[in-house]
Design a protein around this ligand. Structure first.
Ligand code: APR
Ligand code: PHB
Length: 389
């Protein structure tokens, strides 16, 4: 078969790109190795920058998001029994919205299927061929039958463990990585959130985050050793530890409940350069990973999709490939700033095994500076709501 853009990966990146291109009459196919339900079963973050919100609306999938999401004008930073709020609206005149990645992925699947999108599930053995030529193609198997997709371009939206990044030769590609010596133990509960804003908390026992999906679905995290197993943590033990890491007035009013999901995510900073190789373009987690502290994973995938979408439109509609030629450099410029913010907030709020007393004093001084400085809070807010595309 033939298509204009072959998209590998049916997560948020691949689905958003497919839906945006479809609405401009550009033909795509999405190759997903799992099932739709498996993809929707992944519990991921829920903070959307305005850039992502606008892309989802442009893709025609903003209705439920606009009806069900929450606008957050700021966030709470807590440390032991102290806390302060940072107002996004005061410093940037913008907000973020809370809308679960699972929900926007569902909206994208529904839209693609309603508009006759070509999404193939349970795809095995995807291989990218001749990406450096003008006639690239992808091979794969579905239900034990082999397929070949000839295309103009390939979008590698297949996440950190996908095949796309590995297609770029080691002699061309440079990987940059930092693995953190801890993870996040996350719990989802059908309980009202403890506060109407997120609470990022740094305590001597470690980091904690109080988040939410809606007014009866709370998402909580505690920093944990990488050697921990979710099965080792009863719900009671989790909430006991969480409450010891946040100011007591929140802990005292927290409504706890049985976990409907419990998992541990390792924290990693990762970027691969370049994000383009011939007619293969990497997007989202295929090219970069951030620790979740800054809520930048999905939102940095969104800016990649923005750049690639506009580059492909310019190519097909104006015969101008400037956008495609500039893709890697433009995407990476924003990716690295998101990596820096995610790395800096992780360092600011987490406890490291080898921290000295001096290190702890530096960490506390930085939190105190953030508390006391309008300028520092403006910088935090500008990064959190999302730097310009
Ligand atoms: N062939 C086909 N599909 C594949 C392959 C493959 N070889 N390898 C991976 N995939 C699929 C995965 O099953 C997944 O559904 O690619 C998709 C990649 O989706 P994500 O990992 O969600 O990455 P992305 O779409 O870039 O979304 C980035 O979502 O997962 C979060 O933390 C991530 O917030 C970030 C955002
Ligand atoms: C979440 O709600 O899952 C979430 C929110 C903010 C973060 C990370 C995760 O920084």
């Amino acid at each position: 078969m033939r298509t204009q853009v072959c998209i590998i990966g049916g997560g948020p990146s691949g689905l958003l790109l497919s839906q945006l291109l479809h609405r401009k009459g550009i033909d795509t196919i999405v190759l997903e190795r799992k099932t739709r339900n498996y993809v929707l079963g992944r519990i991921r973050a829920g903070i959307l920058e305005v850039g992502m919100v606008n892309l989802l609306r442009e893709a025609g999938v903003g209705t439920r998001m606009d009806a069900e999401s929450f606008v957050h004008e700021g966030t709470v930073i807590a440390y032991d029994e102290d806390e302060f709020s940072i107002s996004f609206r005061e410093h940037t005149n913008t907000d973020v919205i809370v809308y679960g990645q699972t929900e926007l992925t569902r909206d994208l699947y529904d839209a693609r299927e309603a508009e006759g999108g070509n999404i193939v599930f349970n795809v095995d053995g995807v291989e990218i061929h001749d990406a450096k030529s003008d006639a690239p193609f992808v091979t794969c198997s579905v239900d034990d039958s082999e397929h070949r997709i000839d295309c103009d371009f390939i979008a590698g939206c297949d996440g950190f463990h996908g095949v796309s990044r590995q297609t770029i030769p080691d002699t061309v590609r440079r990987d940059f990585e930092k693995v953190y010596p801890f993870g996040w133990l996350g719990v989802l509960t059908e309980t009202p959130p403890v506060h109407d804003e997120l609470i990022y908390s740094s305590s001597e026992r470690g980091f904690a985050l109080c988040s939410m999906r809606n007014d009866n679905l709370s998402r909580y995290y505690i920093q944990c050793p990488l050697t921990d197993d979710p099965a080792d943590w009863s719900d009671e033990a989790f909430f006991d530890e969480l409450k010891r890491r946040i100011p007591s007035h929140y802990a005292d009013k927290m409504i706890t409940g049985p976990s409907i999901e419990k998992s541990i995510a390792p924290l990693r900073s990762f970027v691969t350069e370049p994000m383009r190789w011939g007619n293969l373009f990497l997007c989202g987690d295929a090219a970069h990973i951030v620790p979740p502290t800054g809520a930048k994973g999905l939102n940095t995938a969104a800016s990649d999709i923005h750049y690639l979408y506009h580059g492909l439109m310019q190519h097909y509609m104006d015969g101008d490939s400037t956008g495609l030629d500039d893709y890697s450099q433009k995407a990476l410029a924003r990716v690295w700033k998101a990596e820096r913010f995610s790395w800096a907030t992780t360092n600011l709020l987490h406890r490291y095994p080898d921290q000295t007393e001096f290190d702890l004093k530096m960490q506390r001084a930085e939190i105190e500076f953030l508390r006391s400085s309008d300028t520092a809070q403006a910088v935090f807010a500008q990064n959190y709501v999302g730097l310009p595309y």
